[in-house]
Every structure is written in C-alpha cells, then in structure tokens.
Design a protein around this ligand. Structure first.
Ligand code: AMP
Ligand code: MG
Length: 483
C-alpha cells in the first residue's frame, strides 16, 4: 500500500462461523455531508482525504468498491445485570484496515441504519451524541487511556426522533477490534463448543498472539484480559472518568474504552458519583467500577467454562481461581497508580494509608478531584496553604515528609506531571461546545478539542477550562445513553 492511500481492508473476522455476523449495507441517506474529520488520526492510519468522498458515496448509494463486505457483529451481554441477546443494532464494520506498520483496526460506522440485530430500534444516532463520542474518545486518547478513536462524523441529512426531533449523524469509529465479553457470552449461550473455541483461537491470534502456544489458551486469555481490564479501569480512576454503562457488551477484549454513551468526568470527588439518567441505583458509579469490572470478568470466565476444561467442575474451579486473583491484582495496580498521583513510587502500607487519608479529606471538603491532585505539585514546592484547612495542612506536612523519604521532590514532580491532567473535558464545557456545534458553530468544539489534546501541558488562557462548574450544575447534570 502507498502512503496516503484509501483503506487497505482485510476481513479476518469473516473467517469465524457465520453465526457471528450478518452482511449488511448501511442505509442510504438523503443528504450526507462531512461534519468533522480527524486529519491527525487519518494521517496516522496512512489514509488520504479521498476517503471522505468514499464514505459519502457509501451512504448516498453511489458506486464504491472500497466497502464491498460490510457486516454487523452478533453478540449478547449482561445489561445492568440482566442477560440479553444483542448485536450491532446501529453499527456496521466496513473492514479491518491494515496500516503500513501492520497494525489492524476495525473501521466501524455507527448510526448507519437498521441491521438484523436492531430489535425495536431505528438504527440511527443523533448528531449531538456522535459529536459527544468524538470529543470524549479523543480526550481519553490524549489522556493516555486506551480507547476507541473517532475518525469522522457525517451529518446524514435525516431527522432522528428521540425526546425531540434531532439531526441524524454517523460516526466512524476506529478500534483494535469490537470483540467484547458479550461476543463470548453469545458464543457460549447460542453457539456450539466449536464456535466458542473458534472465537477464542481467533481472538488470541488477533490480540494476544504471545499466548498461542500456551497449553490452555482459554485460561491464558482470561488471565490476560482480566489484567488488561484492571489496567484500563485503574486509568479511569486516575483521570476521574465514569463510563456510565459498563455492561458486558461494552467491555472489550482488547481492553480499550469504548461505547461512549452516558459517560462523564467527575468534578467534586465522591465515590458514589453517577451522572447517567438510566443508572438509578448507582451500579456504574465512579467508586463501583472496580467491583463491576470484576463482575464482568467473572461473566467472561463463565462464558469460557466449556473450553477451560472438559470436566465442568474442573472448569468452575479454574475460573474461580482466576477470579480469586482479581482483588490482589487490583489493589496492587490501583495503589501503584494512585500513589503516582501523589508522587510516590513506594507502594507500602504506610503510603497507601496516606493516600486513603487524602481521598477522605478531598471527599469531606467536597474538593475538585482533578484540580486537587494537579495543585499538589505546586504545594510540594511552597509552604503556602491555599487549601486553607487544618486537616489538609497536617496531611501536606506528612506527605512532604513521605515524598522526601521515598524518591525525592524531583522524582515526585515528574511522576505527578505524567499522571495528573491539568485539564479534562469538564461536563459543562462539553455540553456548551456540543450545543453550539449542533447549531452549526464549531468554534467552541474545536477550541475544547485543542485544549484537551494537551492535558498534561501548561497552556495559556485555559483557566476557564480548568475551573469546575458551579456545584448546582453537577446536581442537575444527567447524561443519556443510546441516543
Ligand atoms: P449500548 O447501550 O449503546 O451499548 O447499546 C446496547 C444495544 O442496543 C446494542 O446492541 C446496540 O446496537 C443497540 N442499540 C442502541 N441504540 C440503537 C438504535 N437506535 N437502534 C438500534 N439498536 C440500537
Ligand atoms: Mg454497546
């Protein structure tokens, strides 16, 4: 493939038994137009601008040989704890693009119309929801959190009916793959042991080739996915991200954040924070994300039962022993990361309790999560107590002593700069940018995108982006999913 060419598609997923997918073309839309295109991502995938026209041809039913084998994936999943048969109801995979470096990425079109898995849904997406996914997924990428990315948003020219009539859009999503825990649940519940085995072998080859020679591939895959998902969710905890809909169909095997629906960033720290309008009981609240990912990995283990061992009891035993490792791995990874946020590399009990003490103070004083951590760097260099609270001042003294005892101030500052973002996409700034964007003005959207693409760098004139909203904003802020 030449540099700057169109897609270099392959379709390895279609080597799976055909119950894993359905061939389907996107709907033909009345008046599609490019709304936003991610040039940097396009360049990194060695794509030229011609693909914008190719996309437009595809969804306006003009001839295009680029997209000859589009398909929707079948899957299942536990949604808020309940098992359901699902599948891509409003998305199709256009192909797997191979980059010059040999990396493989699913190119998925979301909001592309009905598929055999749409159930009662219209298969469509609103412009606002797709721009939201674009913005937040790109923000996560620049925050160094593994994530799907967004290549483009197209206006489809049709009207999508939600609570109000809205403009329709389609998003081009780029991801290592869309294989999820729910894909394995689908294979286990609705396929044969051979189907499950085929999916497991395929997944290992695609994402974890280092495990291919292992005696028990399924077991190795389970362990690896558990570790990588822990790393992922620890990163969410680091940046104050609440996914909002951690159903097993939204838990990827490649351990990338994806399916940006009712997600949000926490302002004032409280573990019970939840913004999603459909999460009445706080199942997917900030502080519950560790418990939920463990639950989701347990569903993954269950789906793998038939291929973990020939004997059912033995399978249960093996799965249980892996899940039993979860808590210790989580604790280790969580504290290593969170201690970096206070500039400490030594993960011992004393330092852990120092961190827990800080979190308790932040919660009690209702402080902003991101700003408190990023302001610690300054506090380390001065005696000035801008926190203006005796408990916090006492903690600062203890902490400074611990830093000196650990690896010193220089090292602490370096660690903290790497993991504490100066700026995150604040919910009120996201909403403000989206409201303007759907009215055709992309000024705020592009400004926000530019600010959040350098989250660890000092930037001029971004105070407004760093400030949390008035407390009232968070009390009333709700995010919606499936729009
Ligand atoms: P999500 O909550 O986005 O993970 O979606 C859960 C399931 O509902 C998936 O199978 C989606 O494909 C499907 N879905 C969501 N929105 C729509 C829609 N507008 N039309 C058809 N299916 C949808
Ligand atoms: Mg989903």
């Amino acid at each position: 493939m030449q540099k700057n060419s169109l897609f270099n598609f392959d379709y390895s997923y279609l080597s799976l038994p055909d119950k894993f997918y359905s061939f389907v073309k996107p709907q033909v839309f009345p008046k599609p137009e490019v709304f936003i295109f991610n040039q940097l991502l396009g360049d990194s995938l060695n794509l030229n601008n011609g693909i914008q026209d190719d996309f437009l041809s595809l969804i306006s039913n003009k001839a295009s040989d680029t997209f000859e084998k589009c398909f929707a994936q079948a899957y299942a999943g536990h949604q808020f704890g309940n098992f359901t048969k699902l599948g891509d109801g409003r998305a199709i995979i256009l192909g797997e693009h191979l980059t010059l470096e040999g990396n493989r990425f699913d190119i998925q079109l979301k909001g592309s119309g009905r598929t055999p898995y749409s159930r009662g849904g219209d298969g469509k997406a609103t412009l606002k929801a797709m721009l939201r996914e674009y913005l937040v997924s790109e923000a996560m990428y620049y925050l160094n959190v593994p994530t799907s990315r967004s290549l483009a948003v197209f206006k489809t020219g049709d009207t999508v009916y939600r609570e109000t009539a809205q403009e329709g859009a389609a998003l081009v999503r780029v991801m290592k793959s869309h294989i999820r825990v729910g894909t394995f649940e689908y294979a286990a519940y609705f396929g044969s042991v051979n189907d499950l085995k085929a999916l497991c072998d395929y997944t290992v080859k695609r994402h974890y080739p280092q495990l291919m020679e292992d005696q028990n591939c399924a077991l190795s895959l389970l362990r690896e996915v558990m570790k990588n998902q822990i790393d992922l969710v620890v990163n969410w905890m680091r940046v104050g991200f609440i996914h909002g809909v951690m159903n097993t169909d939204n838990t990827s095997i490649s351990a990338e954040t994806f399916d940006y629906g009712p997600c949000a960033f926490m302002n004032v720290y409280h573990p019970a924070t939840v913004y999603s309008s459909i999460d009445q009981n706080g199942r997917y609240s900030f502080g519950n994300q560790a418990r939920i990912i463990k639950w989701n990995v347990a569903r993954f283990a269950e789906a793998l039962f038939p291929i973990l061992h020939d004997n059912k009891d033995k399978s249960l035993e093996i799965a249980q022993s892996v899940i039993n490792e979860f808590d210790a791995i989580w604790e280790e990874k969580y504290f290593v990361m969170m201690l970096k946020k206070i500039g400490i590399e030594t993960n011992d009990l004393l330092n852990r309790s120092l961190l827990i003490e800080l979190l308790n103070i932040i919660q009690k004083l209702k402080l902003d999560y991101s700003n408190t951590f990023s302001s610690l760097s300054k506090a380390l260099l001065t005696d000035d107590d801008s926190f203006n609270n005796s408990e916090f001042t006492a903690w600062l003294l203890k902490w400074k002593a611990a830093v000196n005892k650990s690896d010193g101030v220089e090292n602490a500052l370096k660690l903290m700069r790497e993991v504490n973002p100066i700026v995150i996409p604040r919910n009120h700034k996201v909403e403000e940018a989206l409201d303007e964007a759907v009215n055709g003005n992309l000024l705020l959207f592009n400004k926000l995108l530019s600010v959040i693409s350098k989250p660890y760098q000092a930037q001029n004139d971004i105070r407004d982006y760093m400030e949390p909203p008035e407390f009232d904003f968070d009390l009333n802020y709700q995010t919606f999913c499936g729009t």
